[in-house]
Design a protein around this ligand. Structure first.
Ligand SMILES: [Zn+2]
Length: 259
């Protein structure tokens, strides 16, 4: 859905609360005026200097959709902002809600992946996201964000280089246009041997529906039939090997709840 500036977070939140109250006949506690004042006093924002859009699930607070930074811009802002205090309604019993208030700045840091209990390697900050207390990010904030983004892009490019040098089969499975080529673009690299090899790409025709697919595709982009069974199996086996041990029935589900 496109961002509608007329729909503020407050309005959306009010609608959500109202809907929940009416729908389930539960009463929501009224907010203390002082909390609302404090909430309104600060606005925190999420910015992105990176080329990848992110769709971040924050559990009961819903999704933060951060667009990719346009090439001719220094940064882009996530349309959804964060108040000084974010309120969340949690079910208390059949007839009532409790209100849980969260420090907005802490929450902003968690949205970009720097929260407590998060794997710092998985932080969105490596991909150019950052939280800011400023309406317009400072030159220093942008510099810091770009530094982190460039470091991760260098790692991604190194992976492509190494695979290209050592294992062409793996290279064709792992190296992706939307990840490795985009990372190289961030670093202004365009004549790496592995990139030259991939462009112009050989297109593969799907025997099921006739669609032309990228040469590294294992499944048809249109009909989802497997067009390269050998590589499909290799990829699946490799994936299972990595994922299987974590999938046992006793493994607790990761709860993405900001605290
Ligand atoms: Zn097809």
């Amino acid at each position: 859905m496109p961002f509608d500036p007329a729909v503020t977070f407050d309005k959306a939140e009010a609608a959500r609360v109202q809907k929940l109250s009416i729908g389930r006949q539960r009463q929501a506690p009224s907010t203390l005026g002082v909390l609302e004042e404090a909430a309104a006093r600060h606005t925190y924002r999420i910015f992105n200097v990176g080329p990848w859009p992110q769709h971040i699930n924050t559990g009961s607070y819903g999704y933060f959709t951060v667009p990719s930074c346009p090439k001719d811009k220094e940064y882009v802002q996530c349309p959804r902002t964060i108040k000084g205090i974010e309120s969340e309604l949690i079910i208390k019993d059949e007839s009532r809600y409790d209100r849980l208030d969260t420090d907005g700045w802490k929450f902003a840091l968690e949205v970009v992946g720097d929260g407590r209990g998060r794997d710092p390697q998985q932080s969105y900050r490596h991909y150019g996201l950052f939280a800011s207390k400023n309406e317009i990010p400072t030159a220093d904030e942008i510099f810091q964000a770009k530094t982190m983004l460039h470091a991760r892009c260098s790692e991604i490019v190194r992976e492509a280089r190494d695979l290209y040098a050592m294992d062409r089969k793996q290279f064709s499975v792992v190296v992706k246009r939307e990840r490795h080529f985009v990372a190289a673009e961030v670093l202004n690299l365009n004549d790496e041997p592995w990139m030259v090899e991939q462009t112009p790409s050989v297109r593969k025709k799907c025997a099921f529906c006739g669609t032309m697919n990228e040469d590294f595709a294992v499944k048809c982009a249109k009909c989802s039939e497997i067009i390269d069974p050998v590589r499909y199996k290799a990829l699946k086996d490799q994936q299972d090997e990595i994922l299987e041990p974590k999938r046992g029935p006793g493994r607790p589900r990761k709860v993405e709840e900001p605290s």
